[in-house]
Design a protein around this ligand. Structure first.
Ligand SMILES: [Zn+2]
Length: 297
């Protein structure tokens, strides 16, 4: 009887030890995991904060360097109010009639040099929205981009590939892909114009107005100091079948409505020879109407 009692006591004691150690281990494990989660959250929080700091910094430094350029370049006009005027109809009351000639999808070896020649003859500057992929097509394209820049024109970003399905799957902007294309395009342009080159102006292929889901890119544009530039006039050189010179002029006249700030959409890529051909006439018409020619920065 005594022995049985002792055995029972030992079993009870051992049981208590086992159960307690299970609880103690579980408690410590829980705390370690909890600690790791807390640490991970802290690390992630730091990274997030760093990302916010970096984007705020890049916003400030990009805006500062563009503001410096605006002071020095008498042909340049602040892209910020133009973005808001074209996209949100926020009026600019400086009483000035200004036209921004804009050329997309280049550079090309066939049309861009002709456009540059016309601009030079008229002693005016324009804005070129570059597609980086075009720089790979012909070894002369890089030199043409450099010529465009050195002539005093403004250089903007029109994405690296311009492929709608990549940028806007299902008609909705893929913000990650879109921003990655802008970065890649910036690298390609800097390789030609120098690492100090900065630009904050972007034209969405097809126009910012044409796509769903722009909220996320709008937010990232704001963080990075980018401006998107749509248009309020055009010559129709990318609409439907190629147009004759007279058809291009007709389309220009249709969309001209005495805009106080006119952003005119044109293209200087392959096959747009007629755009270069009608350009002198369009410039003459706008000069007659009292427009100043400026670039967007
Ligand atoms: Zn385009």
């Amino acid at each position: 009887m005594k022995i049985r009692k002792r055995i029972n006591g030992i079993i009870l004691f051992a049981g208590t030890i086992v159960v307690s150690s299970i609880f103690i281990t579980a408690y410590y494990r829980h705390n370690i995991v909890k600690k790791e989660i807390v640490q991970a959250a802290v690390v992630e929080g730091n990274i997030k904060q760093e990302a916010i700091d970096n984007s705020a910094q890049s916003n400030v430094s990009l805006t500062e360097s563009i503001n410096e350029e605006l002071k020095l370049d008498k042909n340049a006009y602040d892209a910020g109010p133009i973005q808001d005027f074209i996209s949100k109809n926020i009026k600019i009351n400086d009483g000035k009639k200004i036209v921004f000639l804009t050329f997309d999808d280049g550079p090309s070896t066939t049309v861009t040099p002709k456009v540059l020649e016309v601009l030079k003859k008229n002693d005016i500057k324009a804005t070129f929205f570059i597609v980086g992929k075009e720089l790979e097509k012909d070894p002369r394209a890089k030199q043409i981009l450099l010529d465009t820049y050195k002539q005093g024109n403004s250089i903007g970003n029109h994405t690296y590939t311009h492929i709608y399905n990549n940028l806007y799957p299902g008609g909705k902007v893929d913000a990650d892909k879109f921003m990655a294309e802008l970065d890649k395009n910036n690298d390609a342009i800097r390789e030609v114009l120098g690492q100090d080159f900065r630009s904050r102006i972007v034209r969405f292929p097809g126009g910012h107005m044409s796509w769903k889901g722009v909220d996320e890119t709008d937010k990232r544009f704001y963080d990075r100091g980018y401006k998107y530039i749509d248009w309020n006039g055009l010559v129709g050189d990318a609409e439907g079948k190629p147009k004759s010179k007279e058809q291009l002029l007709e389309r220009y006249r249709q969309t001209f409505k005495n805009q106080q700030k006119l952003v005119l959409l044109m293209h200087d890529t392959y096959g747009k020879e007629n755009t270069a051909e009608v350009l002198p006439e369009i410039i003459a018409d706008l000069k007659n109407k009292g427009y100043e020619f400026k670039t967007l920065k």
